[in-house]
Design a protein around this ligand. Structure first.
Ligand SMILES: [Zn+2]
Length: 448
C-alpha cells in the first residue's frame, strides 16, 4: 500500500502536518463567484488521501465550477442503525496578509501553534477527519454504524454553492443519515471552581440562532430637493432603521442556554438566574466567550447597509436598508411582530436570506459517546450544551431531519481568546489541541 506524502498511520502524529497542508490551499471565499477561487484543488487533494487507503470517493461540484466537495462512506458493523455524518467546510474567509504576523496561507508551525486562515474555521476539523478516516481503513477499524465523511464548499457564504445545494440537488448523498457532527463546538472553556482551582468544560453545540438578512424598503414621492416633502423615502427609512438599531429585544431563556448557564453556575458558584437583574453582568465575568453567550439571550437586528439617492438635490422615490437579524429558536413569529411594530406601515420588509434557528436536546447515545471520548482523554472534564449565535452547515442538514451537533474537540489553553480567532487576524490553533482532537475524534467514531 502506498503512503500519501505527510500522512502517517497514527492520526495524532499526522494531524498537524495535514492541517498545515490544508491551510496552504488558498480557498478564500469572497462571497462573489467571480473572485472566489473555489475548493476544487483542496478537495481533490483530500480525495486522493482517501482513495489512497481504499475509499470509494465521490468528488462533485455544487452549482458552480470549482466549488469542490468530497464524500466518502465507511460501512459500520450495523448498517441498520442510522449513519453518522461528519462534515467540514473547505472554504475560508479572505485574509489581508499585511495584517498578519505570518503569511495567512503559510500553514506555519511555530511557537506551539499551526498558523493560518482556516486554522480554527475549520481546517482543524477537516484535518482530524482525514487522519481518522485513513486510520480506520488502514487499521481495519469497523465503526459501530455507517460513517459519511463530507468535505464541503461555500459555508462562509451560507452554503448556497455547498451544503444547501447538495441537500437540494443530491439528497441521496445523505441517505440513511440520522445524526451529524461538525463545527462549532467541542472546544474547552476553563472556569474557576467554587471550591478553588479550575474546571475544563467542553461546549457541545446543540442549537443555533436563525440567520436572516432582511431588506427594508421605503417608497415616497420623488422630487426636487428644494421643495417641501411630506413623503420622503430617505426620512421614513432612516426612522425605521434608527428604531430597529436602538431596540432591545426581550431576554428569552431557551432550554439550551439555561442548561449551559446552570452548569457554569454549578461549577463557579455564581448565580446565572434568568430573572436575575444583572444576568448579562454575570455572564461578562466568563471572559471572551461572553460575546457569544450574551448574543444567545435575545434576538438581535443590526442594520448593516443603506442605499438611497443619486444626486444631492433630488429626493429619491425609494430607499433601502439591510438588517442582519439573528433569531432565537421558538421566537420567529414574536420577532416578526416586533419588527413590524418598529418599522411601521410605511416601510416594507423581505427576507433576502432566511436560514431558521435550530435546537436539539443534549441527550442520547451520541452525546454519551462524545462525553466518553472526551473524558477518556481529559478525565476531569465536563461536557455542557451551548447555543451558537452564528450559523453553520448544520442548518442545511437539519432540513433533512438530521440531528446536528457542533463537535470539533480541542483542549485549549485557558488564556486563549478562542472565539476571537474565528475570521480574525493571526488565526491559529494549538498543536496540542489538534493532537488532542484527533485522539478524541478517533475514540468517538470508534464508539459512536
Ligand atoms: Zn466555519
Amino acid at each position: 500500500m502506498t503512503v500519501a506524502t505527510g500522512v502517517g498511520p497514527d492520526p495524532v502524529d499526522a494531524v498537524v502536518d495535514v492541517v498545515s497542508r490544508l491551510i496552504r490551499f488558498d480557498t478564500s471565499n469572497t462571497g462573489d463567484l467571480d473572485t472566489t477561487k473555489g475548493e476544487a484543488e483542496c478537495a481533490r487533494w483530500i480525495a486522493a488521501q482517501l482513495e489512497d487507503v481504499g475509499y470509494q470517493v465521490e468528488y462533485l461540484e455544487s452549482g458552480a465550477p470549482g466549488r469542490g466537495n468530497v464524500f466518502a462512506r465507511l460501512a459500520g458493523a450495523d448498517s441498520s442503525r442510522g449513519a453518522l455524518l461528519i462534515h467540514g467546510h473547505l472554504d475560508v474567509v479572505p485574509a489581508e496578509a499585511a495584517d498578519w504576523s505570518v503569511h495567512p496561507f503559510s500553514g506555519a508551525v511555530e511557537d506551539g501553534y499551526v498558523w493560518g486562515r482556516g486554522a480554527v474555521d475549520m481546517k482543524d476539523m477537516v484535518g482530524m477527519m482525514i487522519v481518522v478516516a485513513r486510520q480506520f481503513r488502514r487499521a481495519g477499524i469497523v465503526p459501530p454504524r455507517d460513517l459519511v465523511f463530507a468535505f464541503l464548499a461555500d459555508e462562509e457564504n451560507g452554503g448556497r454553492y455547498g451544503s444547501h445545494w447538495l441537500v437540494d440537488n443530491r439528497p441521496d448523498l445523505f441517505d440513511g443519515v440520522t445524526e451529524a457532527v461538525g463545527e462549532v463546538g467541542g472546544f474547552s472553556l476553563t472556569v474557576p471552581r467554587r471550591e478553588g482551582g479550575e474546571r475544563r468544560l467542553y461546549l457541545i453545540e446543540t442549537a443555533e440562532k436563525g440567520l436572516q438578512w432582511m431588506r427594508l424598503t421605503a417608497r415616497g414621492r420623488a422630487g426636487h430637493g428644494s421643495m417641501v416633502h411630506d413623503h420622503n423615502a430617505v426620512t421614513a427609512l432612516a426612522e425605521a432603521v434608527a428604531r430597529l438599531g436602538r431596540h432591545r429585544f426581550p431576554l428569552v431563556p431557551t432550554d439550551t442556554v439555561m442548561q449551559f448557564l446552570t452548569a457554569i453556575g454549578e461549577e463557579t458558584g455564581h448565580s446565572f438566574d434568568a430573572d436575575s437583574p444583572d444576568l448579562e453582568g454575570a455572564i461578562e465575568k466568563l471572559g471572551p466567550i461572553a460575546r457569544i453567550v450574551k448574543a444567545t439571550l435575545r434576538d438581535t437586528a443590526n442594520p448593516t447597509m443603506l442605499k438611497a439617492g443619486y444626486k444631492a438635490n433630488v429626493v429619491p422615490a425609494i430607499a433601502e436598508a439591510m438588517v442582519d437579524c439573528r433569531v432565537l429558536p421558538g421566537r420567529q413569529a414574536a420577532f416578526e411582530a416586533e419588527i413590524d411594530e418598529l418599522i411601521g406601515p410605511d416601510v416594507t420588509r423581505e427576507w433576502v436570506t432566511d436560514l431558521p434557528s435550530y435546537e436539539t436536546s443534549f441527550d442520547g447515545d451520541l452525546v454519551d459517546a462524545m462525553n466518553s471520548a472526551l473524558l477518556a482523554v481529559d478525565p476531569d472534564a465536563r461536557t455542557v450544551p451551548y447555543m451558537l449565535s452564528g450559523g453553520t452547515d448544520a442548518k442545511a442538514f437539519a432540513r433533512l431531519g438530521i440531528r446536528c451537533f457542533g463537535f470539533t474537540p480541542l483542549r485549549l489553553p485557558p488564556e486563549l481568546d478562542f472565539s476571537a480567532l474565528f475570521h480574525g487576524v493571526d488565526e491559529r490553533v494549538p498543536v496540542d489541541a489538534l493532537r488532542f482532537g484527533a485522539d478524541v475524534m478517533s475514540r468517538f467514531l470508534t464508539h459512536c
